[in-house]
Design a protein around this ligand. Structure first.
Ligand code: DGJ
Length: 712
């Protein structure tokens, strides 16, 4: 195809953009969105449409055709899965976008924003394809903005955040799991002609079964240190769709809000902005991909990405709903003694007419229970602070039990379908956040709880998803907008919370790991990956989460799940954000000593595990052992973790990422009682030797672990 010079047409969006940045040459044949290792090559065709060269396909082999349109629209010639499907104000179901111009602006020395302005020649209808390219990290954030000035609302039936094209030799790795099985089972499959769709239709959280993060190996399967790989993660905490459409020549990755029953009416003059799709590229395998993802996340994807985290004691697995002031206060002394720094009071502290003594009552009535906490939360928080601990609190502001004052006063505040019996999940219902009165109620709830003196941490939970998506507030012809409006109202609430309480740390939780997504995480310091805290499962889960999230974002607690040896459980938990969920008043002196030793060790290395680079060494899936190591940014220190899942030979672990010529001294941290010292204890080796010959850890039997520090 021969590319012609383009004429620049006026567009109202571009007129505004032009005030902010210089228009890119409108006479370019080729427009790139580039980072250090990845170039997305776009071209304008003689039909004035915008085309993208599939990633992985050589320039010389690219013969652009209609299949390669960068953001295909339905109804006017394109016959595959479209990125955009619109019903115009006059009922026309076709859209035909032509290129106007591209604008580029440098946000920082590292970040460039490129915007492609497109419009429909037959309508005042505009689409802007937006890319934020992070040069050094090879990260591209991508989203789409849609606006129009038609005579009435336009219906958006499908509006992908991204529709990148790749060559057709692509392997997809995705993660399926249910409650307590999150991220346990990676699936890798070659994309073949036809469409492979991963999606969720549950509204108020991203995942229950499918996960919004995946990676694509381009041109063959990638390994930790080899292969070209593109990781993707959709920043959206609601129903999503990831569709990989293979037309036999190329694969299109369509990622965005799930079009399922989600058509959205866009009024003239308004702009619809899709969620951001995060892409991370590596030409050297999965390890490099993850480290880049982690760097980006610390800077842009989460709160306080450059600060280490406190050691937390949570009461949920220890007491469940069965506690009062004295039982909780009795945990503070022992918590401090073993080195904890923060206490988190979980579910069960509220409700009076309907006390929250189990999960069937009280949600929505956010007044402290007078029997359990006669003076409210403040004296309990003060007692923790007196013992030298910070204090945190659990909340679930979006939910209500039918057994509550709130539900009796406002039965019309819940999401439900007319004429259908209410369907409960965990005995609860979701409040309709599209209703301004509910937004106000939830904000007041959060404000009241977080304003209690000495509360500096909170866990925000969400224990059910939507199964009857009807809003008594929205008009009959706007019901399909509930899915999107809910998530947008939720983000407004989270944003307000983070801004109003900047010093309060927040944990994102959703009945386990239902909200492990970057849409919500940017308002939080960490998330709860799963209720499954069995360390043999967490070794696998943390491995899989680490493709996309830095370890500091993964809350990892020692509990009695699986009844594993305390040393093993502590070693696994301290490789992420370390916490415990144990009744310290009932533990043996021996176990307490192991916990205290682990906390002491964690405090020495948390700057490396939180802020350093992660190397995945030995995949625990299907193997006897899993191993990882972290390296400090200056490469002066490192820490190696080996987790023995089944009996195996006492084999060397080979760390990565060390400075070859630096010399490191070896020291096993918090060694398990009764096991002999490791042979290399106290000895010094060059980084090069360690990476080549390895370190012999102290573990070889099932459920043994070894944590080894390397210091220059
Ligand atoms: C689900 C969470 O995942 C748990 O950690 C706990 O907070 C419970 N909810 C409390 O109801």
């Amino acid at each position: 195809m021969n590319f012609r010079l383009m004429n620049h047409r006026f567009s109202f969006g571009l007129a505004l953009a032009g005030l902010l940045c210089l228009p890119f040459s409108t006479f370019a044949e080729s427009i790139n969105v580039a980072t250090k290792q990845l170039t997305l090559n776009f071209k304008v065709g003689e039909d004035h449409r915008l085309y993208q060269q599939p990633i992985g396909l050589e320039q010389s082999n690219w013969k652009p055709g209609r299949d390669d349109e960068s953001y295909p629209q339905s109804g006017d010639g394109y016959v595959w899965e479209p990125a955009l499907q619109v019903v115009h104000a006059d009922g026309n179901t076709s859209t035909a976008l032509v290129f106007d111009a591209a604008t580029r602006s440098n946000k920082t020395a590292d970040i460039e924003e490129i915007r492609f302005h497109l419009h429909d020649a037959a309508y005042p209808f505009e689409v802007t394809l937006c890319f934020r390219a992070h040069q050094n990290e090879d990260v591209i954030e991508e989203w789409t903005e849609i606006a129009h000035r038609e005579s009435g609302p336009v219906t958006l039936a499908r509006m992908a955040s991204s529709s990148l094209l790749l060559e057709n030799n692509v392997y997809l790795t995705h993660f399926f799991g249910d409650w307590a099985k999150e991220m346990l089972a990676p699936i890798t499959e070659q994309i073949t002609p036809g469409a492979k769709t991963l999606d969720s239709k549950i509204g108020v959280r991203a995942s229950q079964f499918q996960n919004p993060s995946f990676f694509l190996s381009v041109g063959g399967k990638a390994s930790e240190n080899e292969g070209r790989v593109l990781a993707g993660s959709l920043a959206w905490s609601g129903s999503f769709q990831l569709a990989f459409d293979d037309n036999g020549k190329s694969v299109r990755a369509l990622c965005g809000i799930n079009p399922f029953e989600s058509s959205y009416r866009l009024a003239p003059g308004k702009t619809f902005t899709t969620p951001i799709m995060i892409w991370v590229w590596s030409s050297h395998g999965l390890g490099e991909m993850s480290r880049k993802f982690h760097h980006w996340a610390r800077d842009f994807g989460m709160r306080d990405g450059h600060k280490t985290r406190s050691v937390l004691l949570n009461n949920w697995e220890a007491t469940g709903f069965d506690f009062d002031f004295n039982r909780i206060a009795a945990l503070f002394g022992p918590a401090k003694e073993i080195g904890s720094e923060l206490f988190l009071l979980d579910d069960g502290w509220f409700g009076n007419a309907y006390p929250r003594t189990n999960d069937a009552a009280g949600l929505g009535d956010w007044q402290p229970n007078r029997q359990r906490l006669p003076q409210g939360l403040a004296p309990l928080a003060a007692a923790a602070v007196q013992q030298g601990l910070r204090f945190g609190i659990w909340m679930e502001p979006e939910m209500v039990n039918p057994n509550s004052d709130l539900f009796h006063q406002h039965p019309d505040w819940v999401i439900r379908q007319p004429k259908r019996p209410l369907e409960l999940q965990r005995n609860q219902l979701v409040l309709d956040l599209t209703r301004p009165a509910v937004q106000e109620f939830e904000w007041k709830t959060i404000q009241n709880i977080l304003s209690v003196p000495d509360i500096t941490y909170a866990k925000w939970d969400c224990n059910r998803y939507l199964t009857q998506p009807g809003s008594p507030y929205l008009a009959a012809d706007r019901q399909s907008e509930l899915w999107i409006d809910y998530v947008q109202a939720l983000y407004a609430l989270m944003d307000k919370t983070a801004k109003t309480f900047p010093d309060t740390e927040l944990m994102l939780c959703s009945g386990g790991g239902g909200r492990a997504d970057y849409g919500a995480l940017k308002y939080f310091q960490e998330f709860w990956p799963s209720d499954n805290t069995d360390p043999t499962m967490r070794v696998l889960m943390q491995w899989d989460y680490s493709y996309f999230f830095p370890s500091m974002a993964l809350a990892s607690h020692v509990t009695h799940w699986g009844n594993r040896p305390m040393h093993f459980a502590c070693s696994v938990a301290m490789s992420a954000r370390f916490g415990m969920d144990l009744d310290l008043t009932k533990m043996s002196a021996e176990d307490k000593a192991i916990c205290a030793g682990a906390i002491g060790a964690y405090k020495k290395i948390r700057d490396i595990t939180c802020l350093g680079d992660l190397y995945r060494l030995e995949d625990p899936h299907g193997n006897d052992r899993g191993a990882i190591n972290f390296v400090s940014p200056d490469q002066a220190r490192a820490v190696v973790f080996a987790f023995q899942l089944r009996d195996g030979p006492n084999a060397y672990v080979r760390p990565q990422g060390l400075a070859p010529s630096k010399r490191y001294t070896i020291h096993e941290l918090n060694p398990a009682p009764g096991r002999p010292q490791i042979a290399q204890e106290g000895k010094t080796f060059a980084g090069e030797e360690l990476m080549r010959d390895g370190i012999l850890p102290s573990c070889s039997k099932a459920l043994e672990a070894s944590v080894i520090e390397l210091s220059e």
